[in-house]
Design a binder for this molecule. Sequence first.
Ligand SMILES: [Zn+2]
Length: 114
Amino acid sequence: MIEEKKCVICGNPFVPNKYRPNQAVCSSVECQYQRQLVNMSGWRKKNPNYFRYKEARDSSWKETCKNRSLEWRKKHKEYLKLYREAHKTRHCNYMRDYMREYRKKKKMNENQNT
Ligand SMILES: [Zn+2]
């Protein structure tokens, strides 16, 4: 039997997760968000150099992002090609029908005029 605890943020009683009996915050979204903020600030104080370190590595991180999007594009290139091909065919058909209609109307007008 797990004992009810009082949330350190909102003060409401809650039953801690059985896998995390030391849980001090209830599972409401608001409280979890607050807990994350607290965790972050505490963690930042403990690791003040982390973000400087990360900034130094930022260029390589950006490179990773670029490569990832390239990878994505490579993967989807075939798909995009197929899509464009299908689109082109559809567009051609549309234009052909449109021109057919256009010529038909033109002819009708010409016939009316004569
Ligand atoms: Zn709470």
